[in-house]
Design a binder for this molecule. Structure first.
Ligand SMILES: Cc1cc2nc3c(=O)[nH]c(=O)nc-3n(C[C@H](O)[C@H](O)[C@H](O)COP(=O)(O)O)c2cc1C
Length: 370
């Protein structure tokens, strides 16, 4: 029998599959159901200290494509296939006092499952940095195994919160350092994919002491506009705001971010997120070098916590390892990382040379000499 257990940033996981920070992990009831279903770990819905009020109406919808047409719409209908989730949900609207006794209860009931607390505060002044430290201490004191710092929520107006932290290399370092000052448990940083070069924010986070990087959160995006009503498919009284795209559509995008990260830091720890619904998808992240993989959209659509998703992940990985004779995840982690190379290193037809656009002669024709 293949051994699916793994150690990631010093934390022991019965299997490398986690529910990511999102509605599937928004309550103790959900998290305990998730552990019963077989998830190796969970990252809680992000816990903060600021009051949270979500928008009126739905916070998440699902974009689907007709199976026999090119129509894309959030309208619920048969014969369509999921393309993406779209959400504008903020972090947990439950206060820290609600979370702390529940985290303690979960950990006592499931001592062999990894409980990672996702946390978020501001970062514009010392009081906010103290808030990060307060959240850190509160979660670790009740037995959480690790922390994930949310530098990636795409819906924060405050310039010192969420993905605005993840877009600022100095803040990535400063906040991570503040947390590491008091953390006795591993600290993961969840970065936004919405930057020019995620390697720079990862470097800054590692400099601050991060033990791992999680990527990706959702990609900033808008719902489509209905061609009949001329309203955004998701709106409140006609208005919309940038939200986050998740699910199948972001799998290739997130893989590209992850390849950048694992190639830049082959010896560091990475948790892959984005578009995972079965083992083939999770395998892509593992082959690029990730030690764990996280799931949100697919789990939301499967009884809220993904009992069937985790079953297929475990069955898929067991079959894959047994067929190929792998004893542990470490036997195949990262074995395709070095296959991602500069464009000019991809083989051309024998008779041609290509130097990545650096040639003196540009284009296909010899320069005209007069
Ligand atoms: C409704 C919803 C709420 C989310 N809330 C959080 C959150 O509180 N903290 C966080 O770090 N990520 C949050 N996420 C992002 C997910 O954890 C995940 O990174 C993203 O959805 C990509 O994974 P997926 O393609 O499996 O959905 C949320 C996603 C959705 C759809």
């Amino acid at each position: 029998m293949a051994d699916l257990s793994t150690t990631f940033t010093g934390i022991r996981f019965t299997n490398p599959f986690l529910l990511s920070s999102a509605p599937p992990t928004e309550s103790d009831a959900n998290i305990m159901r998730a552990f019963d279903a077989g998830w190796g770990g969970v990252v809680t819905k992000t816990i903060g200290l600021h009051p949270v009020v979500n928008v009126k109406g739905p916070k998440t919808k699902f974009l689907r494509a007709d199976n026999s047409d090119v129509r894309l719409s959030m309208a619920k209908r048969p014969n369509s296939t999921l393309v993406a989730s779209w959400n504008w949900e903020l972090i947990s609207d439950k206060p820290i006092d609600w979370w702390i006794p529940r985290l303690e209860k979960i950990k006592k009931a499931y001592p062999d499952r990894a409980l990672i607390a996702s946390i978020m505060a501001g970062s514009g002044n010392d009081k906010e940095l103290n808030n990060w430290q307060m959240l850190t201490k509160a979660c670790q004191d009740v037995g959480c195994d690790g922390l994930e710092l949310n530098f990636s929520c795409p819906h924060m107006d405050r310039v010192d919160m969420g993905s605005n932290v993840g877009k600022d290399k100095v803040l990535c370092s400063v906040v991570t350092m503040a947390v590491k000052e008091v953390a006795k448990i591993p600290v993961w940083v969840k970065l936004t994919p919405a930057t020019a070069n995620i390697v720079e924010e990862a470097e800054a986070s590692f400099r601050g002491g991060a033990d791992a990087i999680s990527s990706s959160n959702t990609f900033p995006s808008l719902p489509l506009i209905d061609p009949v009503t001329l309203d955004f498919e998701m709106n409140v009284e006609g208005y919309v705001s940038s939200g986050g795209l998740g699910g199948p559509a972001i799998l290739p995008l997130s893989l590209a971010k992850m390849a950048q990260l694992t190639k830049a830091f082959p010896d560091k720890a990475f948790s892959g997120i984005g578009g995972i619904a079965n083992f083939d998808h999770a395998l892509c992240y593992i082959l690029l070098g990730c030690g764990t993989a996280q799931v949100c959209t697919a789990a939301m659509l499967d009884h809220a916590i993904g009992p069937n998703v985790i079953k297929t992940l475990i069955a898929g990985m067991t079959e894959f390892m047994e067929k190929r004779g792998y004893a542990s995840l470490e036997d195949f982690r990262g074995i395709r990382r070095d296959r991602v190379v500069a464009h000019s290193l991809i083989k051309r037809p024998e008779q041609f040379d290509y130097h990545g656009g650096y040639d003196e002669v540009e284009g296909y024709a010899e320069p005209v000499t007069v």
